[in-house]
Design a protein around this ligand. Sequence first.
Ligand SMILES: C[S@@+](CC[C@H](N)C(=O)[O-])C[C@H]1O[C@@H](n2cnc3c(N)ncnc32)[C@H](O)[C@@H]1O
Length: 185
Amino acid sequence: MPMNLLHRKLCASRRWARMVAEHLPPSLDGIDLGDDVLEIGPGFGATTRVLVDLVPRLTALEIDADSVRGLRGEFGDRVEIVHGDGTRMPFPDGRFSAVVCFTMLHHVPSPDLQDKLFAEARRVLRPDGLFRGVDSQPSLMFRLLHIGDTMVVLDPATLAGRLQQAGFAEATVHPADGILAFTAH
Ligand SMILES: C[S@@+](CC[C@H](N)C(=O)[O-])C[C@H]1O[C@@H](n2cnc3c(N)ncnc32)[C@H](O)[C@@H]1O
């Protein structure tokens, strides 16, 4: 999964970790993730570090082998770190109470693969489960950061329809300030 050096440094930085620690918990206010949560694309662990204290059981699925090693070293048995691909998840149908992903969908290299990931999230969720995602929207800085990186941004106008196509009954999309958040049931 190509990420340029600057981008990797930012995602691994204390500054990014502090920003996530400040903004992620309030962004989940009023959202019940339930007892068995899957995070897709934990990367260097900034979001995982917050989630692990918010939910009873956390599994994280990461495609990049180096990141998997780092995450296992940091989290030990507090989080089950699985090496794998969100478009082909190694989990049984209907296992999780919630699936979440933060700032990772634009790294999935095509809309078709993103749709596969959405369908996989639906498959591994319980019937009453919830899929929550947050991703970036394009800006000059975002484009500069992604020189040489995968950058397939989500279109807020089509996202709810794509989630419904993937099997979700209901999807709400909230674009604001360079960020796109969605919740699907
Ligand atoms: C920009 S990082 C975001 C990490 C973290 N969520 C955060 O906000 O700090 C995106 C991560 O998603 C991972 N990723 C990309 N495609 C993936 C896929 N298909 N399945 C699982 N992980 C994936 C990348 O390897 C990378 O570690």
